[in-house]
Design a protein around this ligand. Structure first.
Ligand SMILES: O=C(O)C1=C[C@@H](OP(=O)(O)O)[C@@H](O)[C@H](O)C1
Ligand SMILES: C=C(OP(=O)(O)O)C(=O)O
Length: 426
């Protein structure tokens, strides 16, 4: 297909956006819930799960390991019938960090060999520190010495477990992965992080909260140390919250058009990093208020630049950068060197695409700087990255003639994005 055939003309807002949006479930919660359900003593239910590429890959992988994952009830609920995982099996991780990192420790509990591979990009994403940690906990892994996919976990039906030290500065998912399966290791697991700060702290809190809700004892009394006691997992019924990271482009739509967007069902309390959008978008000029209908952002007509360390909420960066490209003042987004190994090198990609539309963005060693400059029409490339694609949509609302290449890549975490966006912005 010629490149132009895959271009999606981003809608430009002729009037301020005014809408209420109901978003599908959180990717991060859904894939944690599926893993915990799979490791449970009893059948478990995942209510209001996200059904998207990343979560369907997780469900398919668990099925390949002999665990029952079936649709049931309304809202696409998943009924999980746990079983001791078994090989031989193959896991296609796609480009899902959660599948790539959360499943190898579970596969080490399997009886038999489990091979892992994924999209070409998945082979470039870091997994080495996790594999080393697993080896020191007693797992047998063949990665051909690459410290990357493709690899095989030679499960023996159990993992010794114990204490392990690792550098999780490349991805919080290394730690989450060990914790999620750790209760099923003979001695549980104690993970000690050693290195530059771990990114995405809220995602670690989410892991701990969901484990505790499943009856697992987790000790977090020492900073950068997580101890999971051995014992049963009882996931029961997990209700998945709306995906607040995917709320980012919709709230941004209100901010950049001086309009109003309400995200329905915003939880009062949540571990999701997307909750930080309230503060970040308020600093960028929005008025944010929580009410019975959800969280509402009103644009004031003013779009301010922002200086922010986004280490804890890295996955919000593409949207923040898109708003920054439309702001009246300069922005500096730092603490996010690890984004260079996300779905794409997000720092390089954002700078390239903003500049291709006439903007003034610059790469920093651990982030990017964006200075105000009027943007013009053009193609915004997505690099097979769902959050790049939605960022192009945000810019397109304010800049006429923006076309997003491969908008379909949004199906990684938000299938139906173009339709939902059209509804919200019409
Ligand atoms: O555990 C999770 O669900 C996630 C953790 C974060 O990963 P990193 O710590 O690798 O950034 C985040 O960016 C990713 O989208 C989801
Ligand atoms: C980094 C992301 O995803 P993954 O779970 O593949 O790491 C993301 O969704 O922004």
């Amino acid at each position: 297909m010629p490149e132009s055939a895959q271009h999606w003309p981003a809608p430009t807002a002729r009037t301020p956006v005014d809408a209420t949006v109901t978003l599908p479930g959180s990717k991060s919660m859904t894939n944690r819930a599926l893993v915990l359900a799979a490791l449970s003593e009893d059948p478990a239910t995942v209510r209001r799960p996200l059904r998207s590429r990343d979560t369907e890959l997780m469900a398919a992988s668990l099925r390949a390991l002999g665990i029952g994952v079936a649709s049931g009830g309304s809202d696409g609920d998943w009924e999980v019938a746990p079983a001791p995982p078994r090989g031989p099996a193959h896991v296609d991780v796609g480009n899902a960090g959660t599948v790539m990192r959360f499943l190898p420790p579970l596969a080490a509990l399997a009886d038999g060999e489990v091979s892992f591979d994924g999209d070409p990009r998945a082979r470039e994403r870091p997994v080495g520190p996790l594999l080393e940690a697993m080896r020191s906990l007693g797992a047998d892994i063949d990665d051909g010495g690459r410290g990357a996919l493709p690899l095989a976990v030679r499960g023996t039906g159990g993992v010794r477990g114990g204490t392990v030290r690792l550098d999780a500065s490349g991805s919080s998912q290394f730690v989450s992965a060990l914790l999620l399966s750790g209760a099923r290791f003979e001695h549980g697991v104690e993970v000690r992080h050693d290195g530059s700060p771990v990114p995405s702290r809220p995602h670690l809190d989410m892991t701990v909260e969901m484990l505790r809700a499943a009856g697992v004892s987790v000790d977090t009394s020492v900073p950068d140390v997580w101890r999971v006691a051995p014992g049963p997992v009882k996931a029961g019924e997990v209700v998945v919250e709306p995906d607040l990271s995917n709320a980012a482009p919709f709230l941004a739509a209100a901010l950049v058009t001086g309009g109003r967007v309400t995200v329905a069902g915003w939880p009062e309390r949540t571990a999701q990093p997307g909750d930080a959008l309230r503060g970040l978008f308020a600093r960028m000029g929005g008025e944010v208020a929580a009410g019975p209908d959800g969280l509402t952002l009103r644009g004031t007509g003013e779009i301010r630049g922002i200086i922010a360390d986004l280490r804890e909420v890295g996955e919000l960066t593409p949207t923040i950068a898109a708003v920054a490209a439309l702001a009246s003042g300069p922005s500096r987004l730092t603490g996010i060197a690890h984004l260079r190994r996300h779905e794409t090198d997000r720092i390089a990609a954002l700078v390239r695409e903003i500049n291709a539309l006439g903007g003034d963005a610059e790469e920093l060693p651990d982030g990017l700087a964006v200075r105000p400059r009027p943007l013009h029409s053009g193609v915004f490339h997505s690099y097979d990255d769902h959050r790049m694609a939605t960022s192009g949509a945000v810019i397109g609302l304010a800049v006429g003639g923006v076309e997003v290449e491969n908008i379909a890549t949004t199906a990684k975490t938000l299938p139906g994005f173009p339709e939902l966006w059209a509804e919200v912005t019409r």
